[in-house]
Ligand binder design. Sequence first.
Ligand code: GLN
Length: 542
Amino acid sequence: MARYIFITGGVVSSLGKGLASAALGALLQARGYRVRLRKLDPYLNVDPGTMSPYQHGECFVTDDGAETDLDLGHYERFTGRPANKMDNITTGKIYQTILAKERRGDYLGGTVQVIPHVTDEIKNFVLDGNEDYDFVLVEIGGTVGDIEGLPFFEAIRQLGNELPRGDAVYIHLTLMPFIATAGELKTKPTQHSVKELRSIGIQPDILLVRCDRKIPENERRKLSLFCNVRETAVIPAYDVASIYEVPIAYHREGLDDEVLAAFGITGAPAPNLARWEEISHKVKNPEGEVTIAVVGKYTVLKDAYKSLIEALVHGGIANNVKVNIEWIESEIFEKEDPSPWLENVHGILVPGGFGERGSEGKIAAAGFARTHNIPYFGICFGMQMAVIEAARNLAGIASANSTEFGPAEEPVVGLMTEWLKGNELERRASDSDLGGTMRLGAYPACFAADSKIAEIYGSREISERHRHRYEVNVSYRERLEAAGLRFAGTSPDGLLPETVEIEGHPWFIGVQYHPELKSRPFEPHPLFASFIGAAIDQSRLV
Ligand code: GLN
């Protein structure tokens, strides 16, 4: 039967709870255990699909088409286990289920309440489908004390009593700030945070303490004493140079030993961390570097491009180089010549995006890459913008545009109204709901035999994750191909363009899907590995 590890956070948000959970999952996995990671998000949205990246960072898409929290991306990258729609739940989703039951009359005239109905629904979710796992790690979003988090904390508190004795362990992640004027590290915020947790009935077994400098022994003792946690279970979580060093750093501080001890597990095999050491070594000892310009809209918020950044790092790992990212707001190219910004970079990437703002700048970036023979990688929106650029400037379709920005005379990119999901036909209209209605999740694509992309994948049939509402209009295929933009990949029925490429260009590929979501440190995505390889060639020219 699965054992449960509940991970909560305190003091401030953005301490890296998701990463901490993922790293602990990786450590347990390195000891041979089967692990599953899940996330409980207390906000009222049903999922983050309709939230702005400024609010929520990247929206991570699973194979089964769920739009989820970006922490699920960390979970996948660290454990290799593909997440699914049951791995992330929000208050909105819990209430959606409860209200549907209430309308059906399932509560048989009873009053529907937070305790027990909401907490029961949360517990059912937490306990469901864990038969194949030794450890289930459940991360609670937000920080202790948030009003909307209360039902989740209450649910995990109840589980502590309902699970067999010793099958639930609570880890609390906090921060020890350094007060420069006093020259001291402070334990008080952690003390308050644990007090808050204990006031709702949860005594943490382990404290994971983020700190930017060494925690002296006496401060560790103080935390142990005031927070009622064993001294050995106060684990420092120091900053490290790369996120792929986190599992090693946590192991060094004894986190996984302490977790197993809290479960009363003795004599477990030591973790095999060889592959983590190899990755860390590679990240720390690159043999060269390349610079990639990422031309996007949310460039001030790096969380909006979490998986993309990691996939570029993985592409670097595959080629033994460090990848420097030059973040560029695409709107700049609507007023300024891109040359000074782009002429010396080794690759240009236009990532996924939504809406008209900055789109002409992205089109300009694609055009610059095409005409200056600089490697270009267009992802989703980045492919659509490259197709518009080629339509206007290669095929002479001057008013080519996307209907995402309003009615277009030449709708080279248009609203997707029908597509096949397995054997079922999905239908959409311009007035459909926005939430959960895009073409979402894994879909197959087929590549032309002699295409560059087939060569890169080493395969002609692939499956990748999608998240888009618009698509390249296949009725322009002939005109665009005649002008040099090849539709190298399509959906199996040939109706939806999936990838484009330009023959004779060193590396110009657009993909309608999101390859960054499936890249892993131990399995860099072939497109990212190949793109960085092309950037290395480019770096020898400039
Ligand atoms: N806005 C575009 C669409 O909906 C692209 C989406 C994306 O880049 N993920 O089709």
